[in-house]
Design a protein around this ligand. Structure first.
Ligand code: C2E
Ligand code: MG
Ligand code: MG
Length: 503
């Protein structure tokens, strides 16, 4: 009789509470009125016995099924919660990887588009916490409208991902136009007007062996191109991955570069246009890795800034440059030398301390040094930065604004900074034969002259550029037309030659 429980429990397990109830009832009837109590004596069961058993069997069948149904439901809910983003009402990365895996298995081609809102943290911090959430939610709704409810995922708080399967609909163009709209126009929300900066990376999967995380990383590598806060839509290509590997490799070796004596400084002359004499030099750092590969500062300075190693490089450059200036002074070469600095380290209090320390131990003056700050990194409304510039000026350093014209600032706001020199960026010099660009350069020069400052043009490569710059009354020029950055010995030879004989 007890063996009857096996089919009852198994049927509830597999088919649920109602089937369990039915099987329990059938078993109760089978073991009920037709089953004698003693077969040989022909004694039948008491009805109360078999009826109570029937009720028991049905109840056990129904209850087991009900409990199994509940457990399954709870499991499903838990699983669903595991696949939901903790930030938004969207599926999360687990679900994304699961769906990517399924797409790969079914041999589908698809595009993975990762969208990073690069200024979301600032919006959260400086404007409104809730607004940041609303912005992402709003963007997610628009993306869902174009690509389907199930195609949009959330990874981190400031990142949305679209898994667009290629079924004839060109999601990509639609997404691009949405993103471009967000980048170009301020978003109006909760009485605020906010300019978003969005970076999107697109990876196109066309079959092949790859894991979901590898595919995601490829889309992410794609959006890591360009300036960190610059908006744009970028595609993945294999070269990017190699570049990233190179960067990681550089980072490790950079920490050792100073100890291994692999850094050195070269000097590029600046020419005074009025008298055609060398008036100064710009110190530019170089890295000869393992004594053979020459790596340019554009490839390792940003890395050094990111890993907090830039002050070590700056100290090395300053030390080298001050010693070199001492030597040149003793040889009768009296010129000014400019050094490049990153805004972050300049704002840091230590900078003036160690720079003064290095200078005071040597036979050079602060006024022999010009500190170059790239315009791209300057926020003209940053009080701390402006105060720091005033302090440097009081200490006697010359200040110049490097790469002028490449920042996002209006000409008028430059007036707040106590600079001595504007360095017009190579971008303008390359296009100076264009009358509109020449007019812009003339505006820069006139403006600086009105404020009593000087102007230098960087990246001058041709005689034509030089002639135009002379006409525009530019004070100094620097560029390959005169000389590439030189080692100290080479510079000395050029200086002697140039400043004695002229050109
Ligand atoms: P920058 O300060 O704007 O320096 C000018 C760059 O343009 C230098 O590149 C120089 O070699 C190059 N250049 C000069 N004239 C010409 C020309 O006629 N044609 C062309 N095509 N290029 C020209 P470099 O040495 O590769 O330096 C790149 C940037 O790295 C510098 O831009 C500067 O921002 C940064 N940097 C260099 N040395 C240091 C340093 O010691 N500290 C810091 N923080 N940054 C540095
Ligand atoms: Mg410079
Ligand atoms: Mg420059």
């Amino acid at each position: 009789m007890h063996l009857m429980y096996i089919p009852i429990v198994l049927s509830s397990l597999f088919w649920g509470s109602f089937v369990g109830l039915a099987v329990g009832t059938i078993c109760g009837i089978l073991a009920g009125p037709f089953m004698p109590l003693d077969v040989s004596l022909g004694i039948m069961q008491d009805p109360i016995n078999w009826i109570s058993r029937l009720i028991m069997f049905s109840f056990i069948g129904f209850l087991t099924g009900y409990m199994i149904d509940r457990i399954n439901k709870l499991n499903e809910e838990k699983q669903e919660r595991n696949l939901k983003s903790p930030f938004y009402n969207l599926p999360n990365d687990r679900k994304l990887f699961y769906d990517i895996e399924n797409s790969i298995k079914s041999g589908k081609h698809f595009k993975l588009i990762t969208i990073k809102l690069t200024n979301l943290q600032e919006i959260e911090k400086y404007v409104d916490n809730k607004l940041a959430y609303d912005i992402v939610d709003d963007l997610a709704q628009i993306l869902m409208y174009y690509c389907g409810e199930k195609a949009v995922y959330s990874y981190e708080k400031d990142e949305l991902i679209v898994l667009a399967c290629e079924d004839g609909v060109d999601y990509e163009e639609k997404i691009k136009s949405v993103l471009e709209h967000y980048c170009d126009f301020p978003v109006s929300m909760n009485d605020y007007k906010i300019r978003l900066s969005l970076k999107a990376g697109i990876y196109v999967y066309r079959g092949g062996d790859a894991s979901p995380i590898e595919i995601y990383n490829k889309a992410r590598i794609a959006y890591e191109q360009g300036e960190v806060k610059e908006s744009g839509v970028y595609y993945y290509d294999a070269g990017l991955e190699n570049k990233k590997k190179e960067m990681q490799d550089i980072t490790g070796a950079l920490l050792e570069s100073i100890k291994r004596n692999e850094l050195f400084v070269v000097y590029q002359p600046k020419i005074d246009v009025a008298n055609n004499r060398i008036s100064g030099v710009e110190a530019l750092v170089r890295w000869k890795r393992n004594g053979e590969n020459l790596i340019g500062p554009n490839d390792f300075i940003p890395v050094a800034e990111e890993i907090g190693f830039i002050d070590k490089i700056s100290k090395f450059v300053f030390n080298t440059v001050t010693s070199q200036m001492e030597i040149w002074k003793s040889k009768g070469i009296n010129i000014k030398c400019s050094v490049n600095t990153s805004v972050n380290e300049l704002i840091h209090d230590d900078y003036t301390l160690w720079a003064n320390g290095i200078i005071s131990g040597k036979n050079v003056n602060r006024s022999d040094f010009e500190i170059e700050i790239t315009e791209r990194a300057i926020a003209y409304d940053d009080r701390k930065f402006i105060e720091k510039m005033h302090y440097l000026k009081e200490l006697g350093y010359q200040l110049s604004i490097d790469d002028f014209g490449t920042g996002y600032n209006s000409l008028m706001s430059v007036g707040e900074i106590p600079f001595d020199k504007l360095k017009i960026d190579k971008y303008f010099i390359d296009r100076i034969s264009n009358t509109e660009i020449a007019e812009l350069a003339r505006l820069f020069i006139e403006y600086a002259h009105t404020l009593g400052k000087t102007v230098i043009a960087e990246g001058v490569e041709t005689r034509e550029q030089l002639i135009i710059l002379k006409k525009l009354k530019c004070d100094e020029v620097q560029g390959f037309y005169y000389s590439k950055p030189l080692l100290p010995k080479e510079f000395e030879e050029l200086y002697m030659d140039f400043n004695q004989v002229g050109k």
